[in-house]
Write a protein that binds this ligand. Structure first.
Ligand code: AMP
Length: 113
């Protein structure tokens, strides 16, 4: 069964796509938590960070490169932004296809909730 995010990759579910290359896709979060809230996903299904291994680890680098590029395109790279990945229940993960949240456009709090 394809994940929700694989269905977005396959264009079976609509999304506001902001970036795409051979390895990753990025689209606006449907419930934004900041003026800019983009999800960056690998085109390969990996359920959680716990499932990452040496063969798939380079994809995470691709995800961060995409985040950097999207932040620059949004014009928030100098003011700043936050990139976060949630893992499993206590991390707040609800979609089991790894993703980076790119949050920007307001001052972030620390510690996070
Ligand atoms: P997480 O809780 O870290 O697993 O993040 C999942 C994110 O996916 C949440 O921020 C949701 O708002 C977002 N989300 C769920 N369904 C969709 C969708 N169809 N399109 C865009 N974002 C979604």
């Amino acid at each position: 069964m394809a994940t929700l995010f694989t269905r977005i990759i396959n264009r079976e579910i609509p999304a506001n796509i902001v970036y795409e290359n051979e390895k990753v896709l990025a689209f606006q979060d449907i419930h934004p938590q900041a003026p800019h809230h983009v999800l960056i996903i690998p085109k390969t299904e990996i359920a959680t960070l716990n499932d990452l291994d040496a063969s798939t680890a380079p994809l995470v680098g691709e995800m961060f490169l995409a985040a950097k590029e999207i932040a620059r395109t949004l014009g928030v790279d100098q003011d700043g932004y936050r990139v976060v990945m949630n893992c499993n229940r206590d991390g707040g993960q609800t979609v089991f296809h790894i993703h980076l949240h790119l949050l920007a456009g307001r001052s972030m709090h620390w510690p996070p909730g």
